[in-house]
Design a protein around this ligand. Structure first.
Ligand SMILES: [Fe+2]
Length: 563
């Protein structure tokens, strides 16, 4: 432990039944986390203040379009009850689970898709413990395949429970404001140093209580979640394809659908990463069976990184970075994965749109592996245009800086468009054909933003200006390479005129120039001279791309003044 973690007290509840009359002996063991750690400190206080009855939660797990699980922990055991309904004060449904426990898990079923429900938790004997207010609600998933816009929050290596993690959290809360977070992902190392229950208490349950009770959290396991029993005890993952996707039979790796996105969680830490092993066999079958247009995959160990971890070093993290790159990526890319989210390196590293790079960084060949070498920003080089289908390009994000940043690493992996030593988290927004990802730093600044787009590229028409007696260039971008592009103009008005290809924004008579064949970048340029006599009048222009026999589309219209 370092920094403020050194001074944190961990709270344990001592069962009073273990105490006897007279003196009691309390034995405590203290262990160094690493053999070479130079310091060790210990302090202990025993208090008779009873802890609050509600120790943890409520938190939401395993959301589907018809169900959700609500979990919480109490100090004393009781049965489990959830009231829910359309509004606080109108919680007209009750689900109770008999049997006394301190670890409560209630599944609500038979819910309406894409619907907000308010809720309260408690027990049948003790009444409401928490909820029945505007802060306790959930919204069920929209049906799979529906184009409902949504927002997801993504945290990597957030488990420090310190001021850095809280700054990242607060920056996102300020950014998102009253907009609902539909789901959130944790990319592993969610509770340092060892993923013990008390560490989860501090790093997850006491750090994100507001988000936990209204947005379903989907985790993956990092190398610091050392305790299998603690990790799988806290989280409820789908093993039977309950939330969409194919049954994985394992809580370590699973998939689910949200609207028109298929999310795939892999376990890069403990499960076999080998081809033909259970995880990658399931992965291939799962991807083969999804009909969703978007696919997002997430796990802990990054396939490409030059941050705190180096994906070129085979021995780094026991070969986990290399294995995921060599064995998981070819399957994911063959089934058209769009976005891969990982952590582990405490930095932000984000790739270009790439495909087919499974070796060391020295083997990255931009000529064959770079699908789009721009920034992916619609306000910069333009969105990444994606086809649906295999090997159409993937963006890889390392987002492991939600709890701390690392000073090590050269941050110069050649697949990366940008590499930042900044605290922050990711905002993922999907709206039909558009997927946008932002890296939001701990001060609320968007330091990187890119967009994937699966629709047609718009046909964009521009000119260099019309000057009487001079040449001008008529320019079209966004055509399919090799297609014929025509340039049309009218001196009388902006239409409309009905044609066999649709409505044209020009008035007859219309003059046609071209065609010009669009080049490899989809650009077509025609240079023409403007007669000296044309000065002082308007010209109405529009371009047209012939896409096949009887099939074509028009560009944006232009109205130009001849100077
Ligand atoms: Fe890690």
């Amino acid at each position: 432990m370092t920094g403020e973690s050194e001074d944190r007290f961990w709270f344990y509840v001592l069962d009073p039944g273990l105490l006897v009359q007279g003196s009691n002996l309390l034995a405590v063991e203290v262990h160094q986390n690493a053999a070479d750690s130079p310091d060790l400190s210990f302090d202990l206080a025993l208090s008779d203040i009873p802890p609050p009855e509600l120790l943890r939660g409520p938190y939401l797990q395993l959301g589907t379009d018809q169900s959700v699980r609500i979990r919480w922990r109490t100090f004393s055991s009781s049965d489990s009850a959830v009231l829910y309904g359309p509004a606080p004060g109108n919680l007209n449904q009750l689900v109770s689970v008999p049997g006394h426990t301190t670890e409560h898990e209630v599944e609500l079923t038979g819910l309406q898709p894409d619907t907000v429900y308010y809720y309260a938790i408690g027990s049948t004997s003790g009444g409401i413990l928490s909820g029945n207010d505007l802060q306790h609600f959930f919204r069920t998933h929209p049906p799979a395949g529906e184009n409902r816009p949504f927002r997801a929050w993504i945290l990597g290596d957030s488990g420090t429970a310190n001021t850095d993690a809280r700054a990242v959290r607060d920056a996102y809360q300020t950014y998102t404001g009253s907009a609902h977070t539909d789901l959130w992902l944790m990319l592993g190392d969610n509770a340092y140093e060892n993923g013990e229950d008390v560490e989860f208490q501090a790093a997850v349950f006491e750090t994100y209580p507001e988000m936990l009770r209204k947005s379903v959290l989907w985790p993956t396991r990092g190398n610091d979640e050392n305790s299998e029993a603690v990790y799988y005890g806290i989280f409820s993952m789908p093993t039977q394809g309950q939330a969409g996707g194919l049954a994985s039979g394992s809580e370590a790796y699973y998939s689910f659908d949200f609207a028109n996105v298929h999310f795939v969680c892999l376990d890069s830490d403990t499960s076999s990463r080998l081809p033909g092993g259970p995880m990658l066999t399931w992965l291939e079958n799962d991807l083969a069976s999804t009909m969703q247009p978007w696919i997002v995959a997430f796990w802990h160990h990054p396939p490409y990184s030059k941050g705190g971890h180096d994906s070129d070093v085979d021995a780094d993290s026991g070969g986990r970075l290399r294995d995921m790159r060599q064995y998981a990526l070819p399957i994911l890319e063959a089934y058209g994965v769009d976005l891969v989210l990982t952590g582990h390196s405490h930095s932000y590293e984000r790739s270009f749109l790439i495909d087919g790079h499974y070796g060391y960084s020295t083997s990255f060949n931009p000529l064959t592996m770079l699908i789009d070498g721009g920034d992916g920003n619609p306000n910069g080089d333009g969105a990444y245009q994606k086809e649906i289908g295999p090997h159409a390009g993937t963006v890889y994000c390392v987002a492991g800086s939600s709890g701390s940043i690392s000073s090590s690493g050269s941050l110069d992996h050649p697949v990366m468009y940008t590499s930042l030593r900044s605290l922050g988290s990711l905002v993922l927004e999907v709206d039909d054909l558009r997927m946008e990802v932002k890296f939001l730093d701990h001060q609320g600044q968007v330091q990187d933003s890119f967009t994937l787009w699966t629709g047609d590229t718009p046909l964009v028409f521009s000119t260099t200006g019309l000057f009487a007696g001079f040449m001008t260039s008529l320019i079209v971008n966004g055509a399919d390479p090799g297609n014929a592009v025509y340039f049309l103009y009218s001196l009388t008005g902006s239409g409309p005129t009905q044609t066999q290809f649709g409505v044209m924004d020009l008035t007859m008579p219309i003059t046609q120039l071209g065609p010009v064949t669009a080049d490899g970048q989809g650009k077509a340029i025609l240079s023409t001279s403007i007669p000296a006599s044309a000065a002082g009048r308007s010209v109405y222009l529009q371009a047209f791309e012939l896409q096949g026999v009887g099939v074509g589309r028009f560009s944006n219209p232009l109205t130009e003044w001849v100077h």
